[in-house]
Design a protein around this ligand. Structure first.
Ligand code: ADP
Length: 212
């Protein structure tokens, strides 16, 4: 299916419960079926240091955490992940699949928490050594449907923030998608799991054809 050897950096974004992890798993398996050996990274986390930061970020007991602390911890976790995994693996021409990356900071800390978007873009670029994903799949879903999907699971600190918060995050994602139209693909998260997977695969194949 793929002819060129170059790897692709793909990120998945969306509010909690939109179906990111489901699609990440399907894409990883499909890439493996096509002879690729993709690298999966999960945000926040993905390295020893980043996972320690993740624990602090998601602990429900840390309800006093300020929005700025949250933004700095998120980007600190990302800086470590970028330096330790993403940069070396891109150099190895591996496919990198990120379950959340820099746009989550823009959507959650700007839209959700009200921090300045332009500042966060700069902070993000510092943390990621100016690296952007080649493709970003934003799986768009209304927050009520997303909450129904995840309500049976135990919620972490950020997932517990409620429909109003998730609505602001979703609106922010839609705004960010317009800022980065070349890499952003808005996917209808209410479609079936298989249809979403097929759309993502088609976009990836088209992208590979364009760059090879
Ligand atoms: P996220 O990683 O974005 O939080 P998940 O992939 O964990 O979301 O999905 C949350 C729940 O919704 C899971 O129970 C999953 O099986 C279900 N789900 C995912 N995608 C769909 C879909 N397109 N239609 C219906 N249910 C879905």
């Amino acid at each position: 299916m793929f002819t060129s050897k170059t790897g692709v950096f793909i990120s998945f974004e969306g509010i909690d419960g939109c179906g990111k992890s489901t699609q990440v798993d399907l894409l990883i398996n499909k890439l493996k079926d096509n002879g690729k050996n993709p690298v999966l990274v999960r945000e926040p986390g993905g390295t020893g240091i980043s996972e320690e930061i993740r624990d602090t970020l998601l602990k429900t007991q840390n309800s006093l955490m300020s929005s700025r602390t949250e933004a700095l911890l998120m980007t600190a976790s990302r800086a470590q992940l970028t330096k330790e995994i993403i940069i070396p693996e891109l150099a190895n021409n591996r496919y990198i699949i990120a379950d959340r990356f820099k746009d989550s900071t823009l959507a959650y800390q700007s839209g959700g928490r009200g921090l300045n978007l332009e500042f966060l873009i700069k902070l993000n670029n510092f943390a990621t050594y100016d690296i952007d994903p080649d493709l970003t799949f934003f799986i768009d879903i209304d927050p009520v449907s997303a909450e129904q999907r995840i309500k049976s699971n135990s919620l972490d600190r950020i997932e517990s923030a409620g429909i109003k918060f998730q609505t602001k995050v979703r609106e922010s994602y839609l705004k960010i998608a317009k800022l980065f139209p070349a890499r952003f693909h808005i996917i209808d998260g209410m479609d079936t799991i298989q249809n979403i997977h097929n759309s993502i695969w088609d976009i990836l194949i088209n992208y590979k054809n364009e760059i090879s």
